[in-house]
Design a binder for this molecule. Structure first.
Ligand SMILES: Cc1cc2nc3c(=O)[nH]c(=O)nc-3n(C[C@H](O)[C@H](O)[C@H](O)COP(=O)(O)O)c2cc1C
Length: 285
């Protein structure tokens, strides 16, 4: 199991030591043209997590490839590039220009208007454009996420990243919206049950490796995502309050595994599908 950051939740250039404590660094989503993002206020804390309406602020593909990416490579961890766009050909054009990275297709940002092309059409276009590993990052807002997962698998995805944020709104004391855009993406603890359900459904529906994310704050949270089928785990919101979270989650995970008497976290993958603790006991015998 690898520990990654969730896209948009860590800047490897301002925090290279945090990036080095990960097994791979995932960039903020890069779009064909520069984006300033949404009007402020773009972040609001809530009782159950964080709302953001960053809106894919990024320097655009050309500047990213010429300036940002070479510096990110110098940090010295494997790089995943989160690719965004507004039509299949835009995603594909970016993919065609990438080398020696894993690609995560952001098919699910709640802060920009829905991509006109379907997730499967975008993956199919990118599959033609590159031989690099392609992970499809899906929205948990779909009623049946496993159908989308099967469609992107058929279109050529090599893996799934689950989940992106869910759209939410928060009001201030005077009953005004706290975000400049009214609504934004809800992340953090409230997402964990949603992420567990999504990983569970997609693990049953496809054979694709899954990066699980959504509300991982502790080693226990990471273990639960693995138990429902995640191969790797990504940390998002937690990194804003605890830059040492990768190390902490790793050691908490080791303690959780010691408690249940399992040496290798990969042995836990999917056990929630097979009776959970009962099947773990058979592992430890
Ligand atoms: C401030 C912020 C910015 C984000 N930007 C992106 C992004 O650019 N691309 C993307 O795919 N997901 C983005 N996300 C979503 C995260 O990658 C992740 O899917 C989500 O936050 C759930 O994980 P968490 O609950 O651990 O934060 C962003 C999340 C936050 C909080």
């Amino acid at each position: 199991m690898r520990i990654l950051n969730a896209s948009g939740c860590l800047d490897a250039l301002t925090a290279p030591d945090v990036a080095r404590s990960l097994d791979a660094f995932v960039t903020k989503t890069v779009t064909p043209r520069p984006r300033e993002g949404n009007a402020p206020v773009r972040i609001a804390e809530t009782d159950v997590g964080m709302l953001n309406s960053i809106g894919l602020a990024n320097p655009g593909r050309d500047v990213f490839l010429a300036e940002t990416l070479p510096q990110v490579r110098e940090v010295g961890v494997p790089v995943w590039i989160s690719v965004g766009g507004f039509a299949a050909h835009e995603y594909a054009e970016t993919c065609a220009r990438l080398e020696d990275v894993t690609i995560e297709l952001n098919l699910s940002c709640p802060n920009v208007d829905e991509a006109a092309d379907s997730a499967a059409a975008i993956v199919a276009a990118c599959r033609v454009a590159t031989k690099l590993p392609l992970y499809a990052k899906l929205s948990p807002a779909n009623w049946d996420i496993s159908e989308v997962a099967q469609a992107v698998q058929a279109a050529g995805a090599d893996g799934l990243s689950l989940v992106n944020t869910m759209r939410g709104t928060a009001l201030d004391e005077l009953l005004r919206p706290r975000l400049g855009t009214w609504s934004g993406g809800l992340s953090g603890p409230a997402l964990k049950p949603i992420a567990l359900a999504a990983v569970h459904a997609c693990w049953r529906a496809t054979e694709l490796p899954i990066v699980g994310m959504g509300g991982v704050m502790s080693g226990r949270d990471a273990l639960e995502l693995v138990a429902v089928g995640a191969q790797d785990v990504a940390l998002g919101t937690v990194l804003f309050r605890d830059p040492e979270a990768p190390e902490r989650v790793r050691s908490e995970l080791a303690a959780e595994l010691a408690t249940i008497g399992v040496a290798d976290v990969d042995d836990v993958r999917g056990v929630a599908h097979e009776g959970g603790a009962a099947s773990l006991l058979s592992l430890t015998r």
